[in-house]
Design a protein around this ligand. Structure first.
Ligand code: ADP
Ligand code: MG
Length: 468
């Protein structure tokens, strides 16, 4: 067996292990440690893994050990020893940070469009200002972002963007970097995360200590020589004193030289209570802006665009249903949509209705969609659909244009709320329970036989589930 052969097998196994761990671990953990490993050999004795540094080794043999071993054994088909060594090498794969946080089920199409991160800038081309949708919730953040890209370092500095998870911080901060580079390719742009910044510094301090000295010149050179510094999820540094100080001085130096700084965080600077006031006020000294949760209109727009991009056949009604009922976080919203489409394809279902969406989503996302729907709500929507007044339905007139809507109301009330016939009868203007039974049966049969009535019922259900 030649050495390259041994290495190829090892690499194949390790790659498949990494691609699974990438989905199970947080983006930060994966990027900080696992991308800094390399498979060397797979032999009778075991799997040999090189770690870029001692700190990487201490992580993969510490906290992550069990998980890695299990995954290796499973992928390998039987138990195998793993041996870790420390060896310097250039990282081979450089994955984009968002993959691990992205929804577990991605369409192949989506995976293919995810471009790799540029190693020098840390930027991924998939995040642009052009594909950032603007709504009421983020228009201010967007405006600040464009001001910063038009005039780096000279409009707002630092720019501090905060929001809850999955609302577009990473997208926006990366898009700022990409736009600045597009306008001025000669500028030095650097994107990093609070976590990566911290880890890099820790590693440096540790190796420095090992050599009996702490030299941070290279680190400073790297971060203080850029034109644009983008630090995502800066809240990670809270409580890490060396990092806080280093970042504080980095920001001071850069702002003095009118170099653009953008920071994102999951909370506003004032809530960084464990940070010294001089640091938080430094963060907030430029422009602080938040991204709020998208409203229904925005959520629907996000999903419609996703559908159009992927050329999925999903109706607006179903899109609105998801937008209405799913979490307000963009990442989870998109995740729900992607899972729905993937599951529907695997079943396979060609026509996704609200009912199927409800079933699939409550299945895959363990969400209960059964928001209480009462008879009043059903009546209201039946009336909306047929352009009638509730007194028409409850009244005594028996013209054809009233009889069918009335029976449809009976049917839906029984089917959705399982209310006893007698109670439905009382509610619908004091009708006998046998009248209700007759109506429910009649519509039930018609649905089987007539496409048109089936369609009508489906549309009314859509209304019921999507209207407030
Ligand atoms: P955060 O960093 O705030 O947790 P991300 O930037 O990772 O959120 O956004 C999560 C997902 O939602 C990403 O795929 C991102 O592209 C998408 N997204 C968020 N906001 C928008 C928006 N306004 N327009 C388009 N896509 C968005
Ligand atoms: Mg983010």
């Amino acid at each position: 067996m030649s050495n390259t052969y041994i290495q190829n097998d090892a690499k194949k196994l390790w790659d498949s292990v990494l691609s699974e761990l990438e989905l199970t671990l947080s983006g930060g953990t994966y990027n900080s440690w696992l991308t800094k490993t390399n498979a060397k050999a797979l032999t009778q004795e075991g799997l040999l893994i090189a770690c870029q540094s001692t700190i990487v080794k201490s992580w993969v043999t510490g906290k992550l050990k069990g998980l890695i071993q299990d995954t290796v054994d499973r992928k390998n088909g039987k138990h195998i020893e793993i041996k870790y060594i420390v060896e310097k090498f250039e990282p081979i794969t450089h994955k984009i940070p968002e993959i691990a946080e992205a929804p577990l089920l991605q369409t192949v199409q989506e995976q293919n469009t995810q471009m790799h991160t540029n190693q020098n800038t840390g930027l991924s081309k998939k995040y642009t200002l052009e594909n950032f949708l603007i709504g009421k919730n983020n228009q201010l953040a967007y405006a600040v972002a464009t001001a910063a890209t038009d005039n780096p370092g000279k409009s707002y500095n630092p720019v501090f963007i905060y929001s809850g998870v999955g609302l577009g911080k990473t997208h926006l901060i990366q898009a700022i970097g990409n736009k600045i580079l597009e306008n001025k390719p000669s500028l030095k742009v650097l994107y990093t995360t609070g976590e990566a910044f911290t880890n890099e510094l820790i590693e440096l301090v540790q190796t420095g200590k090992a050599r009996g000295k702490y030299t941070s010149n290279k680190f400073r050179e790297k971060y203080r020589s850029v034109d644009v510094l983008l630090i995502d999820d800066v809240q990670f540094i809270i409580g890490k004193e060396t990092t806080q100080e280093e970042l504080f001085h980095t920001i001071n130096t850069l702002t003095m030289e009118e170099k653009q700084i953008v920071l994102t965080s999951d909370r506003p600077p004032q809530e960084f209570t464990k940070l010294p006031a001089r640091i938080t006020s430094r963060f907030a000294s430029g422009m602080t802006v938040d991204i709020q949760t998208p409203d229904m209109e925005m959520r629907s727009a996000i999903l419609r665009r996703k559908r159009d991009l992927n050329k999925d056949t999903v109706s607006n009604e179903v899109i609105d249903f998801i937008a209405e009922n799913m979490p307000t976080n963009v990442r989870e919203l998109e995740g729900a949509y992607i899972q729905l489409v993937a599951k529907a394809k695997s079943i396979p279902i060609t026509n996704i209705t609200i009912e199927t969406a409800k079933n699939i989503l409550s299945d895959v996302m363990r969400i209960d969609f059964k928001k209480p729907v009462n008879m009043n709500h059903i009546l209201k929507n039946v009336c909306t659909y047929y352009s009638l007044k509730s007194t028409d339905i409850k009244g005594k007139r028996r013209t054809k244009d009233l009889v069918i809507p009335r029976q449809v109301a009976m049917y839906l009330m029984y089917e959705i709320t399982k209310t006893p016939f007698m109670t439905i009868g009382d509610f619908l203007g004091g009708r006998d329970h046998t009248t209700i039974l007759h109506g429910v049966r009649k519509v039930g049969e018609q649905i089987q036989q007539e496409q048109e009535i089936k369609q009508q019922i489906e549309s009314i259900k859509n209304l019921i589930y999507t209207s407030a």
